[in-house]
Every structure is written in structure tokens, then in C-alpha cells.
Write a protein that binds this ligand. Structure first.
Ligand SMILES: *[C@@H]1O[C@H](CO)[C@@H](O)[C@H](O)[C@H]1NC(C)=O
Ligand SMILES: *[C@@H]1O[C@H](CO)[C@@H](O)[C@H](O)[C@H]1NC(C)=O
Length: 471
């Protein structure tokens, strides 16, 4: 039996690495002839990412997946505050090119029984297209964000020839082919609004076109319009193969199992679909005054809640920490007053919480993985974007798909506070069982599961990709 080797490399961000590891498992489950090497770029300050990798490597149930650490290079330090962290990290990734080439060359020399049929790169690792070319391995893009955002990226080179001002100065709505509605500038990604960030996006977007195909963690029933907008001859073939979810989330590598069990036990005691879950992702954290507005909003709404509360990071490349003491940041007496109906905790296994029957709504930063998890578990979202492309994701959910309640679409770091009243209104509308969003979420939730079943759309798309790889 011929064996096929694939090499994966990703941006060292939580959402990116989790999505890529799931994709590796997904391919191997479909076809055991594959074995996959995931090359790891290490950034010592990203503790959460490093813990995740260590534990995935230690607990991996598949012998066909291995993690290979590239030599640790010195992490860049931001030299002026206006520089987009993404650009720093992109050039940091690019510095790994010779090491990636060396690692793959070593593999080729030892794994003589295998055909090397694909280098899969993440959206910000496009410099590795060069390595694929040098080694004559087909290069594929693995895209962990929605199709609408891929459409945005691919539209940038065209937009670039039309724009007479910088994107940040734009005061009219933008027409982007992957969106039905024109896009208000207020929901564009912060990175694209900075000069260096914009060039960085543009660079990556151009290189997407050099790949042999783009694999997207989405399903065709969710984003039919956006997918259709990309089926043109200039764009490489698109494979929507999702939703791929981390089945247990950080539960299995959660250092503090007791903490996790305490939360699940608390949820067991709550009536079905009554708890609002608040969580802002692996890099999301809010200021102290924003935290207090949320607290008042929760109290005014009088709902049951589970709140994953985290402290802002110390530097812009690091990830947030738990608050050492929740009481310091919460309004005085809040924990006591809400003791019967609410629980405030640190970092949690989001996916297992979303899967709990007590959860009835999710206030989310709208990272794409979180959206997919929430839809899969039939939990409606109220939107509170913070970073990256999350404002566009929130816009897609609310305006394009009618699948979420709007708290804010254009919140970002440094925005005005979302006031307690807005939080209260959002929660009430989210938890209203007659809300039309709830019906639509239920339908798409069923479709998300069907897409992954035998002969479902994502299943078929995965088969097509495999056919292409082993051809
Ligand atoms: C945050 O809290 C969780 C749960 O108590 C714990 O498992 C985790 O190690 C903490 N993380 C940090 C960075 O302190
Ligand atoms: C999937 O499609 C194949 C070929 O059309 C068919 O033989 C098979 O029974 C289908 N499986 C299911 C579960 O529908």
C-alpha cells in the first residue's frame, strides 16, 4: 500500500493550531494511508498554545500524526506601538523558511516509503509557498476563518488598484463579492486599517493564489453565497470540509481538572437552556471598566450565567491570564449577590460547555471556531467582536445570515464601553425563546451535522480533496 505524507505548518495562535490539528485528524480518519507531520513554530510567551501542543502530542491517539518542533528563534519585540503584531509574526514565521526546508528534507530522507503529496500552510504562513516550490511539493492553503473573509482577502489586490485613499480613511461602504451586503468600514479588521497591516494582508492574499487549493473550515449550507462568489477561474479550487471542531476542547489538557468538573457540576444543577455563557476567546480580554458594565448588565437581566473572565495580557504578543482575584475587578458585592445564579471562572473548555444542555445563549467574540462550535451545539450567539476578523464574522452572522443577536458588530479594542443597558438588552433578546434567530440556528445546526455525515457536503468535499492529493 502506498503511503502519503503531508506536512502542516501554522501560525502559532490558538484558533489556528487547534483547527489545523483537527484537520489532520479528519484526513487520517478518512484515509489511513496518510501520515501527517505538523511543524511547530515556538513562541515561548504563548503558554496556552505550547501547553496545547504538548498535551496533543502526549495524548495523540493516532500514530500517524507527529509534532516536530522547529528550532526556537528569538521572538520579535514590537519596536513601535503602531506596528501590527501580525506583521511581526509574519516575518518571524518567514525566518523559519530554511528550517522548514531542512525539516522536510530530513523527513524525505528517512521516510523513503512515502510520497510527499502536500504542504498545508496556514493563512499567515504563505512565505512557505517558496519552500513547497523548492521541494516540488504541492502547496495548499488551510483557512481557519470563514469563506466571507477569504473573499475579503482575495478582493484586496483588486481593491488596491481602485482605492484612492487608505482603507482607514474610507468613509463609504465597501462592496466585497463574498458578502451580499455592502460592508461598513467600521467592521473591517483593525489590521487592514493600519498601513503595515494592510500591506501584510495584501502580501498574503496575493500568495493565496499561488496554492493548488484552499481548504476552508466551513460547510456549503452555511455560506453558499460566499462560496459561490469564489468559484471563478482565478481562485484555486475551494474545499469546504467543516465544521471541524476540537471534540473535547481544552478539557483534556486543562491543567486544572477539578476546576472543569466543578463548572460542569454547577451546570448540571441548572435547568435546560437557561444559562448565558460569556467567553471572549483565547486572546480576548476586556478592560476593568468594561467588565463592570457587563456585571451590571447581567444583574439587571437577572439571568443565570457562566462567565469566563480573564485579565488583559502584559504584552501584545502574549495571551491573557486569569485574573488573580476576580473580586478586584468586579463591582463590590457582585459575586455575593449573584452567587445563586451565576458562576465566574477563568479559562474554560468552551466546547464542552457549549455542549451542555443548560446553556441557552452565548455572548461571544465571534472567532470562527467559536461560531462553528456554537452552531453545532445549537446555541444562539450575541455578538461581541474584539480582534482579528471578528467584526466581519459578527456582521456575517447578524446581517448576512440572520444567525445571531447583535450586541455590537464594530466593537474593537479601544472602543467606547458597551453599557450595562446594552448588555441587558442583548441578553434578553438572546434568551427570548420566540426569537427567529433561535429557529434558524436550530436548522443550521442540523445541517452542520449532516454535512459531515457520509455523502454530506463536507464529506464529499473531503473525498474530492483526497482524490486530488493521491492522484
Ligand atoms: C487559569 O485558571 C485555570 C482554571 O483555574 C487553570 O487551569 C489555568 O492553569 C490558569 N491559567 C493561568 C495562566 O494561570
Ligand atoms: C453514499 O453514496 C454512495 C454512492 O452513491 C452510496 O452507495 C451509499 O449508500 C451512500 N451512503 C449513504 C449513507 O447514504
Amino acid at each position: 500500500m502506498t503511503k502519503f505524507e503531508l506536512v502542516f505548518i501554522t501560525y502559532p495562535g490558538m484558533g489556528h493550531i487547534v483547527a489545523m490539528v483537527e484537520f489532520a485528524h479528519h484526513l487520517i480518519n478518512h484515509d489511513p494511508r496518510f501520515s501527517i507531520t505538523i511543524l511547530i513554530i515556538t513562541m515561548p510567551e504563548r503558554m496556552l498554545v505550547n501547553t496545547y501542543i504538548q498535551s496533543r502530542a502526549a495524548t495523540s491517539t493516532s500514530t500517524n500524526i507527529r509534532f516536530v518542533h522547529l528550532p526556537t528563534l528569538e521572538t520579535p519585540t514590537p519596536d513601535h506601538s503602531s506596528q501590527a503584531p501580525l506583521c511581526l509574526v509574519s516575518s518571524f514565521i518567514e525566518k523559519h523558511k530554511p528550517h522548514v526546508k531542512q525539516a522536510i528534507t530530513n523527513l524525505m530522507a528517512t521516510e523513503l516509503d512515502r510520497r510527499f503529496v502536500g504542504l498545508f500552510i496556514d493563512m499567515f504562513c504563505t512565505s512557505m509557498v517558496d519552500v513547497a516550490n523548492e521541494l516540488d511539493i504541492p502547496c495548499y492553503l488551510y483557512f481557519p476563518s470563514p469563506t466571507t473573509f477569504l473573499g475579503f482577502m482575495l478582493h484586496l489586490p483588486i481593491l488596491d488598484t481602485q482605492l484612492t485613499t487608505e482603507l482607514a480613511e474610507l468613509d463609504t461602504e465597501l462592496v466585497i463579492p463574498s458578502f451580499v451586503n455592502p460592508i461598513p468600514p467600521s467592521v473591517l479588521p483593525s489590521i487592514a486599517l493600519k498601513k503595515d497591516g494592510y500591506s501584510c494582508f495584501l502580501y498574503h492574499a496575493r500568495r493565496y493564489l499561488e496554492t493548488k487549493g484552499v481548504i476552508i473550515n466551513t460547510f456549503s449550507e452555511l455560506e453558499p453565497y460566499a462560496l459561490n462568489s469564489l468559484s471563478t477561474s482565478q481562485v484555486p479550487p475551494i474545499y469546504p470540509i467543516g465544521p471541524l471542531l476540537d471534540p473535547v476542547g481544552p478539557a483534556q489538557w486543562q491543567p486544572d481538572q477539578a476546576h472543569h468538573e466543578r463548572i460542569m457540576k454547577w451546570l448540571d444543577d441548572q435547568p435546560p437552556s437557561t444559562v448565558v455563557f460569556l467567553c471572549f476567546g483565547s486572546i480576548g480580554s476586556l478592560s476593568g471598566s468594561q467588565v463592570r458594565e457587563i456585571a451590571f448588565g447581567l444583574e439587571q437581566a437577572g439571568v443565570r450565567f457562566l462567565w469566563a473572565l480573564r485579565e488583559p495580557p502584559k504584552n501584545q504578543l502574549a495571551l491573557p491570564n486569569n485574573f488573580t482575584n476576580h473580586e478586584e475587578v468586579l463591582p463590590s458585592g457582585f459575586l455575593k449577590r449573584t452567587a445563586g445564579i451565576g458562576l465566574v471562572c477563568g479559562f474554560v473548555s468552551q466546547v464542552s460547555i457549549l455542549g451542555h444542555k443548560a446553556i441557552g445563549g452565548f455572548i461571544s467574540h465571534c472567532g470562527w471556531n467559536s461560531i462553528l462550535e456554537s452552531l453545532w451545539h445549537n446555541v444562539p450567539i450575541a455578538t461581541w467582536p474584539i480582534h482579528a476578523e471578528q467584526q466581519l464574522n459578527a456582521f456575517e452572522l447578524v446581517k448576512e445570515l440572520g444567525l445571531a443577536i447583535e450586541i455590537r458588530l464594530d466593537y474593537r479594542e479601544g472602543s467606547d464601553l458597551v453599557l450595562a443597558n446594552e448588555v441587558e438588552r442583548g441578553i434578553k433578546s438572546l434568551m427570548d425563546c420566540n426569537n427567529e434567530v433561535r429557529t434558524k440556528v436550530k436548522e443550521i445546526s442540523m445541517k452542520s451535522r449532516m454535512s459531515m455525515m457520509e455523502n454530506g457536503s463536507s464529506y464529499a468535499s473531503t473525498r474530492a480533496l483526497i482524490q486530488e492529493l493521491v492522484r
